[in-house]
Design a protein around this ligand. Structure first.
Ligand SMILES: *[C@@H]1O[C@H](CO)[C@@H](O)[C@H](O)[C@H]1NC(C)=O
Ligand SMILES: *[C@@H]1O[C@H](CO)[C@@H](O)[C@H](O)[C@H]1NC(C)=O
Ligand SMILES: *[C@@H]1O[C@H](CO)[C@@H](O)[C@H](O)[C@H]1NC(C)=O
Ligand SMILES: *[C@@H]1O[C@H](CO)[C@@H](O)[C@H](O)[C@H]1NC(C)=O
Ligand SMILES: *[C@@H]1O[C@H](CO)[C@@H](O)[C@H](O)[C@H]1NC(C)=O
Length: 595
């Protein structure tokens, strides 16, 4: 069992004194005006949800009958129905302890607010990656870079008119990589709140290394996302089918009381065990007990103005790499064997030393600290590792990817359920291996899932005995991005409590949490599935499980460090690296598993 050290997500400001001391380095940056060289992030839509046809439907006008076509006729302007505070009357509020934790978590993920001024800011005053620059700072004493040092780059953001930005809040990510070595590692970006940022890169390998800084969203775009998240939580919505005899009706569902409550009758499908709220409009002619399934309803049309839409242009200001004002590559020498003290970047001593979760080398992920990397390249090695284990997998389709990977080695047992929805099962009775996957509960965006299979992860964990033969893997994030963070905090709190109970009941249970990952985004998908939403939830997840005897698979860093295009469903090489990491925790010592 390994207790993982989580790095707090530190995209925040440094103390003022540190900021000033770094201004002297700004001369290093020669702000060249370069021709546009942009990366188009081509990958299309995210979601998991094939074949949904009611995209223009509107939550507060649920269909009167089950025909989706009838649903498109009313599409009122969103401004008619703002949601002032989400779930403001959802019954008993959080307990004082919960409220305190909520506060602490929200503080931990606080993001710089935009300065006062017109909203949205004029486009030509918003951050423009094509004008912005970064520069690698020289090492202290200009000596050679060595493995274990920390490289620092200074970033200066500019607007479309080439003027330096004077406030922070841009969502930048950094990566160091070497295609020749199959190497890559996530950097960390520190916001100095004055338009400049530092990107910190660990140097885990010897050889060439190229730094990349990408603007995911401008601070102005983040402000739009924040507003959408707080005020339009129902921009993704859900349906349930109710059926009895020859009558059937479909109504809209949501995770808390709608603004027009109590004018319209509701069915209260709040989970009795966890208290997770869930409501659907009551069918006109059927009772609430007649609920048959749960499904994704659709997406609301983008809820931003034309001017705001310009803040989300692929290749312009959405996931665009910045130019370097000088060389963007360095050569890293091996670590000195005489144990000479490692050095930070010239200014690095002022910044926190940043330890990544791991890095790629020759295309294999090597975790830093904790468990040693191991490769499970053969069917035998995987089977041997899993012998005698019951592996319980819960969550969204990013967890289902792990099931699919492993079920290539463990024969799948046909439960006659949809591949997309599950539950799924794989059994190797010779080696006594049982592998199970189940999707998490609402608000899962999914093809219709029958209500008897719609379970909350916390309740599933409460149904396990646990013990050294039990492995629990879960991934709960992708379907929460469109909601206020409080919804995610509440869900994670229930799962954490159930995890604590499970670990107490069944000592030796291995619990592995898969974090969020970067996704492909365009103008539309940004509004409900932006990486910025995921980043915020990821900060919550790490803080909430810190100190528990659980393992984190840092899919966030693993997708940032990798060269493949971002995709909500990371490609096979990433899945293999993630599952290998899980297996290394399942059977840390090869000699244990001689059968
Ligand atoms: C149900 O849908 C059909 C066709 O879309 C329509 O003709 C009918 O009037 C609808 N019924 C109700 C009760 O709205
Ligand atoms: C910047 O945009 C504003 C509003 O669209 C416009 O009035 C102004 O002329 C623009 N300034 C420049 C220098 O383009
Ligand atoms: C529905 O069922 C009821 C009672 O079973 C029957 O009277 C009615 O004719 C049925 N309606 C249709 C449209 O089949
Ligand atoms: C829904 O049910 C839950 C649990 O039974 C209850 O706490 C909550 O108050 C109910 N909501 C409404 C609006 O009645
Ligand atoms: C780099 O700077 C940090 C922060 O001051 C310090 O803790 C660390 O020891 C330094 N590392 C080296 C190798 O000097």
């Amino acid at each position: 069992m390994v207790t993982v050290e989580y790095d707090a997500v530190a995209y925040h400001a440094l103390p003022k004194g540190l900021i000033n001391s770094r201004h002297r380095f700004k001369y290093v940056l020669v702000f060249l005006f370069l021709a546009v060289s942009v990366f188009f992030f081509l990958l299309r839509d995210i979601v998991t949800l094939e074949g949904l046809s009611c995209h223009t439907a509107w939550l507060f006008f649920p269909p009167r009958n089950s025909s989706c076509a009838a649903y498109t006729r009313k599409t009122p302007q969103p401004s008619q129905h703002p949601v002032p505070t989400f779930c403001s009357h959802r019954g008993p509020g959080p307990t004082p302890d919960e409220a305190l934790e909520d506060r602490r978590l929200l503080d931990a993920i606080a993001w710089p607010q935009p300065p006062a001024g017109p909203v949205p800011a004029p486009l030509n005053q918003t951050s423009d990656p094509a004008h912005s620059l970064f520069a690698i700072l020289p090492s202290r004493g200009r000596r050679a870079w060595r493995v274990g040092d920390q490289l620092e780059a200074l970033v200066q953001m500019k607007d479309f008119q080439g003027r330096s930005k004077r406030h922070g809040g841009d969502f930048l990510v950094a990566r160091l990589h070497s295609p020749a070595l199959g190497a890559g590692v996530a950097g960390r970006v520190v916001d100095h709140l004055d338009g400049s940022y530092s990107a910190l890169f660990p140097l885990p390998w010897a050889g060439p290394a190229t730094a990349t800084v990408t603007m995911v969203h401008s601070s102005e775009a983040v402000a739009v996302l924040r507003r959408l998240r707080e005020r339009w939580p129902n921009r993704i919505f859900f349906h349930s089918l109710y059926r009895a005899g020859n009558l059937s009706e479909t109504t809209a569902c949501l995770p808390c009381l709608p603004p027009d409550y109590p004018q319209r009758p509701l069915c209260n499908h709040t989970d009795p065990h966890t208290g997770e709220p869930w409501y659907c409009y009551k069918p006109e002619r059927l009772g609430c007990d007649a609920r048959v399934n749960h499904a994704m309803g659709g997406y609301q049309k983008p809820l931003y103005s034309k001017q705001e839409a310009l803040l989300f242009r692929s290749g312009v200001n959405l996931k665009v790499v910045l130019h370097a004002s000088g060389p963007d590559s360095i050569d890293v020498l091996p670590q000195k064997i005489d144990g000479q003290k490692l050095e930070n970047s010239s200014t690095g001593a002022e910044l926190v030393q940043y330890t990544p979760a791991g890095y790629y080398y020759q295309s294999y992920w090597k975790p830093v600290g904790g468990t040693a990397a191991r490769r499970f390249d053969t069917s035998t090695s995987i089977t041997q590792c899993l012998t005698g284990k019951v592996i319980n997998m819960y969550g969204d389709s990013t967890m289902r990817q792990w099931f699919e990977y492993l079920s290539a080695f463990i024969p799948e047992f046909n439960l006659h359920r949809s591949k997309m929805v599950g539950p799924l099962m794989a059994v190797d009775s010779k080696h006594n291996i049982l592998l199970k996957y189940r999707c998490h509960g609402p608000p899962i965006r999914i093809q219709p899932v029958v209500v008897s299979e719609l379970r909350y992860v916390a309740n599933e964990l409460d149904g396990l005995a646990g013990g050294p033969d039990t492995v629990v893997l879960f991934s709960v994030w992708a379907h929460f991005t469109s909601f206020p963070v409080e919804v995610y905090i509440r869900r994670m709190r229930h799962i954490r409590r159930a995890t604590v109970r499970l670990l107490a009941r069944g000592p030796g249970t291995l619990v592995v949490i898969r974090s969020a990952n970067f996704v492909a985004m365009d103008q539309t998908t940004s509004t409900h599935s932006s990486d910025w939403f995921s980043l915020q939830m990821d900060g919550v997840l790490r803080a909430m499980f810190q100190g528990l005897a659980v393992v984190l698979v840092d899919a966030w860093e693993m997708t940032l460090a990798h060269h493949s295009a971002h995709n909500i469903h990371p490609p096979p090489p990433l899945i293999k690296n993630m599952v290998d990491l899980v297996l290394a925790h399942v059977c840390p010592d090869e000699t244990d598993k001689k059968s």
